[in-house]
Ligand binder design. Structure first.
Ligand code: CUA
Length: 312
């Protein structure tokens, strides 16, 4: 089922690493990380060396130290001032370099306890926990929260930006080449804060266009089947939207649930067995989330699982 998951497992090594930048913003941030680490390592070594020399035992007949107030003024005030202002300047310059800019593609990410809603307003697609981008194009992300404060960090592509309930924030990013990475919530937002993951997938521009067209076409023709009636009668539709079936917006939109790489925002790979596990015992899989367990009899439950598995 899932190219994205497959890629995630063998793009291997660093799907969530700020030290393996895959775009210009994260590259600027990685330069800053390495630069500060280098400068501060040198400062640390020199400081420790001076401290060690100061406390080293001396011979009783050694001449008194020549180092006086001038040494303190230069090494204790002048040099640190230059270094600290230099670091401040570099940090500010990086901050301005990664601020929101103009982008060809505008997407929206909304934080929820504990999952990410992903909207493609230009195409009219709503999805969850799976962000698909065109590689090589600037993408503007508009962010807000539906409940508490969250913070989105996709380390290979960008730094952290908060999602606030009462204000829109945003950033722009560009993935240099196709790939799959992982984003996470980095602001404590409740019990399952640590398991609020976002799969980020950059496709070749033509593949991105085709993906959008495919999602729109599938949303226009949601499959029939006995599971569809179960979805409505069993109460799923009270919280979850499926285009053309229900418009509820409390839980993730399920119009494309079968095409997502994971279930429960990165907790389980999206397989039939895991879908069954999730629907039967969501509080065991991810305690504290808002999904109630399914009490459906086996036949209806199977029909529901089949139908959800067909929503691509
Ligand atoms: Cu959302 Cu932490």
């Amino acid at each position: 089922m899932n190219t994205a998951l497959w890629l995630l497992s063998c793009s291997g090594a660093h799907p969530q690493s700020a030290l393996h930048p895959a775009g210009p913003d994260s590259a600027a941030l990685a330069d800053l990380i390495w630069g500060l680490t280098g400068i501060l390592t040198v400062v640390f070594v020199i400081t420790v060396a001076i401290a060690a020399a100061a406390v080293a035992p001396r011979r009783p007949d050694a001449a008194p130290s020549e180092l006086g107030p001038r040494f303190v003024a230069i090494s204790g005030i002048a040099i640190p001032t230059v270094i600290l202002f230099g670091i401040l300047g570099w940090s500010l310059q990086t901050t301005f370099a990664v601020r929101p800019g103009q982008g060809a593609v505008a997407l929206q990410v909304v934080g929820h306890q504990f999952w990410w809603e992903v909207r493609y307003p230009q195409a009219g697609i709503v999805d969850a926990n799976h962000l698909v981008l065109p590689a090589g194009s600037p993408v503007v992300l508009e962010l807000w929260s539906d409940d508490v404060i969250h913070s989105l960090w996709i380390p290979n592509l960008h730094g952290k930006v908060d999602l606030l309930p009462e204000r829109r924030s945003g950033f722009w990013l560009r993935a240099d080449a196709p790939g799959v990475w992982r984003g996470a919530c980095t602001e404590y937002c409740g019990t399952q804060h640590a398991r609020m993951l976002l799969t980020v997938e950059a496709l070749e521009p033509a593949a991105f266009e085709a993906w959008q067209v495919g999602q729109v076409a599938r949303a226009a023709e949601v499959p029939e089947g006995p599971g569809r009636e179960v979805f409505v009668s069993a109460g799923c539709a009270a919280c979850h939207a499926v285009r053309g079936v229900s418009a509820a917006d409390r839980g993730p939109d399920l119009t494309h649930v079968a095409s997502r790489p994971t279930l429960a925002a990165g907790v389980l790979p999206n397989t039939r067995e895991n879908l069954i596990q999730w629907l039967r015992a969501p509080q065991e899989v991810k305690p504290g989330n808002q999904m109630p367990p399914s009490q459906l009899p086996d036949r209806e439950f199977e029909a529901l699982v089949d139908w959800l598995g067909s929503l691509r």
